[in-house]
Write a protein that binds this ligand. Structure first.
Ligand code: SF4
Length: 207
């Protein structure tokens, strides 16, 4: 499956799909996926996502899109799982959502204050022997689940910690902010300026 390298784009333009196209090789899966959009929850989310895209296309910033999506989903209780490195951003997002009349619950990544040695071992620390709390995305998800949030937003959780949050969140979750400490939280900058980022993309970290 090489959709990312396909120039035929039969899924958009019509016509004969290319070799190795999932539409050609996996038609029963594509049919099964289409059937799933008729389940109540999936149908509502897909419909509202399309409406938000249509109504605010290239005008609403993502934060507004999140608010519109949540509102149209009928959600009042909104959860924000954020990275403490983006605390100011998280606070601004919470305040914006409150202005938009949501009840907002926010949980920080270090919630629990569990020393890394307890779960991951001393070797996982940046500095051995010092207290270093681990990121706790599972606690973030379980806390928001217990608060019965109806939609959750992820603000800058680390790579992998976000995976654990998505695995444990019961509410539909939207990625609001992607953390990238090197590019001002814009991961594609490293691709747009690949020459300048070559060492960082392929080389080792200077000691
Ligand atoms: S689905 Fe098929 S036509 Fe569309 S991008 Fe993938 S390979 Fe190309």
């Amino acid at each position: 499956m090489l959709c990312a390298k396909c120039n035929v784009m039969a899924c958009v333009r019509g016509g004969e799909p290319p070799i190795n196209c999932p539409m050609k090789d996996m038609p029963t899966i594509v049919t099964e996926a289409t059937r799933l959009y008729f389940d109540e929850k999936e149908r509502a989310i897909a419909k509202i996502a399309a409406e938000v895209e249509k109504d605010g296309y290239a005008f609403w910033p993502r934060i507004r899109e999140f608010a519109e999506f949540s509102k149209r989903l009928g959600a009042n209780r909104v959860g924000i799982a954020f990275c403490l490195g983006l605390k100011d951003v998280a606070r601004q997002i919470v305040e914006y959502l409150e202005e938009m009349d949501f009840q907002v619950f926010s949980v920080a990544c270090k919630c629990g204050g569990i020393d890394k040695s307890q779960v991951l071992g001393e070797g996982a620390k940046m500095k051995r022997e010092a207290f270093e709390p681990m990121c706790n995305p599972i606690a973030q998800a379980l806390i928001l689940n217990s608060l019965r949030t109806e939609v959750n937003g992820v603000v800058g959780l680390c790579v992998g910690h976000d995976s654990l949050f998505y695995m444990h969140s019961k509410a539909p979750t939207v990625t609001m902010v992607v953390k990238d400490r090197v590019t001002g939280h814009n991961p594609v900058a490293a691709l747009y300026a690949k020459n300048y980022f070559a060492q960082r993309l392929y080389g080792s970290k200077p000691s």
